[in-house]
Design a protein around this ligand. Structure first.
Ligand code: KG4
Ligand code: ZN
Length: 360
């Protein structure tokens, strides 16, 4: 509850963990006042993937213009900000460092507190920014380029890891498979676009760990199965040889791969949700933008009386709004954060959001 005497606080948030620079302003009552985003996709495309050193340098170039754009959009001045939130990890070391060095210096100069935000918490809470937000508790399927996790979420900061991938993340599997069949970076969207014209039943690809009885995933075997199939189609003996595959074959392979990965994600996510006795399933992270995943999850969940919640499409992939929002929610929960002046910056390229729950 806020009143004239107790107005909502304003949090300025920064995201720079990978190849998107995001800035946003969010209030402690959950309103995004302004946001600006720059994606480095065009810059990394020529290299077929993110080049970390180029990413860090570009974040530095973009932060100030994006911040100016955010304030102009919100129609407020920087003097009205109460706290600064920034992604401290996980992510690319140099990229995190660029955003954090800027955010911490700004906070110090303005005598404001810094609220460190875990990138995955940003993703996890992003569906709460949609028009129809889920209530706690819920089961969350986090599917990004770096992570594939199932999480039990009892409330803000109360996260239990139910299961995760043993090897590649779902987004990583999309990206690597796409590259293998000659699609441009970022592979996920390109592969799912191509799959629209393909036959998902043409190639019988494995659904790894589907019946493992836990909530763990593994996608590297699936990737290898695609490689073997692609080599057969191209008539080559070694993966290093140039593969020429016809468009129709490529589309069928893309569709078959997508069907396999989506089936695994859907079945495990629903099993986890049912086991947690949750009535709500939340999907977050870049792969959450995948149309087939959205359709199949909604269909399967509906049959079991479970509601599925997704972030707005624009908030599935990395952005500043989810970080400003996560910071604002932390501040709402702990108003004493306003008094913190801890400027000891700790970027954490690898860090867990939650400990394993041990109850799956
Ligand atoms: O969450 P995100 O922006 O970055 C990380 O934190 O990793 O996720 C990026 C990942 C990439 O692997 C990208 O290929 C994948 O999300 N992705 C998709 C789609 N859109 C983005 N994967 C499948 N289908 C999509 N439509
Ligand atoms: Zn992300």
């Amino acid at each position: 509850m806020t009143s004239a005497a107790n107005p909502p606080k304003i949090v300025l948030g920064f995201e720079s963990s990978c190849d998107e620079t995001g800035v946003a302003l969010c209030t402690t009552d959950g309103r995004i006042l302004g946001q600006a985003l720059y994606s480095q996709i065009a810059m990394h495309k020529d290299y077929g993937g993110v080049v970390p050193e180029l990413a860090s340098r570009d974040h530095i170039r973009r932060l100030i213009p994006l911040m100016d754009e955010t304030f102009a959009q919100a129609g407020i001045s920087i003097t009205e900000v109460d706290a600064i939130a920034v992604t401290t990890g996980p992510g690319l070391p140099g990229a995190l460092m660029a955003g954090c060095a800027f955010a911490y210096s700004l906070a110090m100069g303005l005598d404001l507190p810094v609220i460190p935000v875990h990138h995955l918490e940003g993703h996890l809470l992003s569906p709460l920014l949609s028009i129809n937000p889920p209530a706690f508790p819920f089961t969350a399927l986090l599917v990004s380029g770096g992570h594939t996790q199932l999480m039990g979420v009892e409330g803000l900061g109360k996260y239990a890891l139910l299961g995760e991938t043993l090897d590649d993340a779902a987004g990583e599997a999309f990206d690597k498979t796409a590259k293998m069949i000659g699609l441009p970076y970022p592979g996920g969207p390109a592969l799912s676009k191509l799959a629209e014209n393909g036959n998902p039943e043409r190639f019988k690809l494995p659904r790894p760990m589907l019946h493992s009885g836990d909530y763990m995933f593994s996608f590297s075997g699936l990737k290898t199965a695609v490689l073997t199939t692609a080599m057969k189609l191209a008539g080559v003996k070694r993966p290093s040889e140039t593969m020429v595959i016809g468009d129709a074959d490529k589309a069928d392979l893309a569709a078959s791969f997508q069907a396999a990965i989506v089936e695994t994600l859907v079945k495990k996510a629903l099993a986890a949700c049912l086991h947690q006795d949750h009535k709500r399933l939340v999907v977050a992270g870049g792969v959450g933008a995948n149309t087939l995943l959205r359709e199949q999850l909604v269909k399967a969940a509906h049959k079991r009386g479970i509601d599925v919640y997704f972030p707005e499409l624009s908030l599935c992939t990395d952005n500043g709004a989810m970080i400003a929002f996560a910071g604002a929610m932390q501040l709402r929960e702990k108003p004493e954060l306003l008094n913190s002046r801890d400027y000891s910056m700790h970027t954490q390229p690898r860090c867990e959001l939650a400990a394993p729950s041990g109850n799956c």
